[in-house]
Structures are given as structure tokens and as C-alpha cells.
Design a protein around this ligand. Structure first.
Ligand code: AMP
Length: 287
């Protein structure tokens, strides 16, 4: 496992990719867990070279305080990385990614840039789009591995790859969950035992939407209401949004058809969690 911390060295390494097999890239913000591991495992199995980046991207947070609060666990991250077949770990410095002279940002338009995650943080969409363009330029992968858990991030990356004609494939892997369905997240560790047990209501609410759709419900408002009711039934949970939407544009749908995303965000105490499930075009569910 080679550790690269400078842009120069990463760019030089990426020039060498041209002669090898496919390069898989897993962008992360560190605090690695089993969700990240599944992406790294797929990338190292499917590609010749597997690159993981660890970079807490300040641009995608609403405040500097939230950047500072983001958990950083480098020693544990290396423990996990050492148990995988990762080839290169890229850990750039913030000042190298965003030097003082940095002044070009990528902005998106439409519901993807206005709804769900974009409501709570104006900087989120611009931050994700800008850092992904930079990382893809620096690392030059053939395939980028992303988790379905961050559905809006997936949609943003799809858009920039298409709009900027970036020659990279996207591989989206299912959300890795705890036994009770809670999506694994570095934030789960901050939940008290009571909050942790309440947190399974998020996935339960998504399963309510799946059950309704399977029983023939096609009205998005009724499904959103059922998800909200389920969340509100659980003490300690404050719903932020529930949405039945198009997974590419994030526009609300008029009617539920295969290819519809069911997403939600909720606060449990101080912690904000997100989750989603996807009714895929082929009629299967990505849970
Ligand atoms: P992050 O470090 O939170 O920026 O996440 C890095 C990548 O890991 C993103 O593509 C996430 O969607 C993915 N990821 C995070 N949690 C999970 C999970 N529980 N299951 C699958 N992928 C995940």
C-alpha cells in the first residue's frame, strides 16, 4: 500500500496508469467503516489498481465548525485499509487542494441543487461537484466507486461526468446496514444507546414505503405521509425531509414508477442521519 500526500506525486503516479489495467477509485472522507470496505473490496476485485482518497472536503460543509467536528480516525483508518487490497491511499492537504488562489467552482442547476441535502446546506452540491472534478482530474481513474447511501452525491457525480465529458464509469454499490437496518455511518458512534435503538426507525420508514408500493400505491404524497407518520411514531426522532423523487434529477415525481427514489433525513438528538432505498428500473429494489 503506497501512501501519497502530495498532488505532484499523485499526478505522476496517475500518468503511469496509462499502461496498466483499469484503475478503480474510492473517494472518502475517512472514518472508514464497513460501507467503505465494501466499495474498496469491489474496486480491488474489479480493477487492476485500487486508489482510496481520504479528504474531509471543507467546501461541502456549511460552516468551518462542522468541518472541524467531522470525525478523524487516521489510525483506525489504516487498520481497515491494511486489511484490504488497496494499492494507493491519497491523503492530500487541504491547502494543496484549495490554495489561496483557488477561485473556480462548479455549480449545478435544477432540483438536484435545490432539494433535500441542498436545503440544509447550500454549499453541499457545489462542494461535492467541485472536489469530485478535482479528484477525478488528479487521479484519472477508469471507474469511480460510490455508495447508494449518498444518493444525491451519486446524482451530482453522474451530472458532472456527463456535463464535463469525463471519461470515467460509475459503479454504485448498495448501502451496507447494521442487523436492524440502520445504514452504517461514522455518525452512528455518536448516538446514545436510546438514540441508537430509535435510529432503526429510518430504515423502517423506508420499508413502509416499499410495502405500500408493493401493495399497489402509486401516489407519492401518500407514501411520503406514511414515511413521516412512521418516523414521528418514534420518540427522539425529528424528521427533516422525506422525498419520493427521480434519482437522477431529484425532482418530485407525479406518480411512482420503477426508477423512483425514496429518501429521508432525520435528526436524532444532535445527530443528523440520511438514508434511502431505490425502486430500480428493472423492478428490483436497492435496499
Ligand atoms: P464518506 O466518507 O461519507 O464521504 O463516504 C465515502 C463513500 O462511502 C461514499 O460513496 C458513500 O456513499 C459510501 N458509503 C458511506 N456509508 C456507506 C454505507 N453504509 N454503505 C455503502 N456505502 C457507504
Amino acid at each position: 500500500m503506497r501512501i501519497i500526500t502530495t498532488l505532484d506525486e499523485m499526478i505522476r503516479a496517475a500518468r503511469g496508469w496509462l499502461v496498466g489495467g483499469p484503475v478503480g477509485f474510492v473517494p472518502t472522507m475517512g472514518s472508514l467503516h464497513e460501507g467503505h470496505r465494501s466499495l474498496i473490496q469491489a474496486a480491488s476485485e474489479e480493477c487492476e489498481i485500487c486508489v482510496v482518497s481520504i479528504f474531509v472536503n471543507p467546501l461541502q460543509f456549511p460552516t468551518a465548525e462542522e468541518v472541524a467536528q467531522y470525525p478523524r480516525q487516521t489510525a483506525q483508518d489504516f487498520q481497515l485499509l491494511n486489511s484490504t487490497n488497496v494499492d494507493v491511499v491519497f491523503i492530500p492537504r487541504t491547502d494543496d487542494i484549495y490554495p489561496e488562489t483557488f477561485s473556480t467552482y462548479v455549480t449545478l442547476r435544477g432540483p438536484l441543487a435545490e432539494r433535500l441535502e441542498a436545503v440544509q446546506s447550500e454549499s453541499f452540491v457545489r462542494g461535492v461537484a467541485t472536489v469530485m472534478i478535482k479528484l477525478l482530474q488528479i487521479i484519472r481513474p477508469d471507474v469511480v466507486y460510490l455508495g447508494q447511501k449518498d444518493a444525491q452525491q451519486v446524482a451530482i457525480v453522474r451530472h458532472i461526468v456527463r456535463d464535463f465529458d469525463i471519461d470515467v464509469k460509475l459503479r454504485i454499490l448498495p448501502t451496507v446496514r447494521e442487523a436492524d437496518g440502520l445504514a452504517i455511518s461514522s455518525r452512528n458512534a455518536f448516538l446514545t444507546p436510546a438514540e441508537r435503538s430509535a435510529a432503526s426507525a429510518l430504515y423502517a420508514a423506508l420499508l413502509v414505503s416499499k410495502a405500500l408500493v408493493e401493495s399497489g400505491e402509486r401516489n407519492p404524497q401518500r407514501v411520503e405521509q406514511a414515511m413521516l407518520d412512521q418516523l414521528r411514531m418514534t420518540p427522539l426522532i425529528t424528521p427533516e425531509y422525506v422525498a419520493v423523487c427521480n434519482p437522477a434529477t431529484f425532482a418530485a415525481v407525479q406518480e411512482i414508477v420503477p426508477g423512483t427514489l425514496f429518501a429521508l433525513a432525520a435528526h436524532i438528538g444532535e445527530i443528523r442521519l440520511i438514508d434511502n432505498i431505490l425502486w430500480m428500473d428493472d423492478g428490483h429494489w436497492r435496499l
